[in-house]
Design a protein around this ligand. Sequence first.
Ligand code: PGA
Length: 264
Amino acid sequence: MKVLILPDRAAAIARVAEIIVAQVSCAPASVLGLATGGTMLPVYAHLREAHRGGLSLARITSFNLDEYVGLPPDHPASYHCYMRENLFDGTDADAARIHLPRGDAPDPQQEADRYEAKIEAVGGIDLQLLGIGRNGHIGFNEPTSSLGSRTRVKTLTEDTRMANLRFFDDEAQVPQFAITMGIQTILSARHCLLLATGRKKAAAVRGMVEGPVSAFCPASALQMHPRATVVLDPDAAEALTLRNYYDHIHPGGRSRLYSELHRG
Ligand code: PGA
């Protein structure tokens, strides 16, 4: 796991945006796995800015991590709506290659299976963007999710429902279920890129980076991934025991690879 601790929140966000822009610039037909949540809003603002500066998203294919069961794509709290408003409407992304699970599918499990098959059919995800929940979830894989799981229907914890209450009119409106990529679906991506900012995420970040690999902290499964990059601001990194070591390897969150240091 590559742990990059940036000097502040804005720098952490910019670093993640820079990695995504580099991916799309180098491989314009990349398959991106995309995330929602408050943390990603400024990342998408950077991508829209990059688009105005000349970056084309016209050839990307994208798959979002999850969607609430029961919400149609035009529901204002749906992730379909979030993605249109916060990223796609401001770019040249091709609607035909943008994928999110349909929360209003008549058979949500069948929809989950169809979604998983579609990811496989395009050859898998090149770069998977991830946030992390305060309880360690990635996607909507709540604690005790199978580490071998694929896209399926998950019951949300009360903690997650309350964390997302701000996007709904009242508590009764917050869905109980979501269709989410599974942990194994996420681990199948060729590169996983997780962004966490703020003190509220510090305990989950510690579990993910330094805890045992455990379904109790689903993000800890990233320890098994050969190419996982975790980008943090100092608040999110606050509980890490080996913080000095991560700073030593990547000062200020910059890449400082062994091979670069020992060139020649
Ligand atoms: P947040 O959500 O960015 O709104 O904190 C992250 C997540 O739950 O994955």
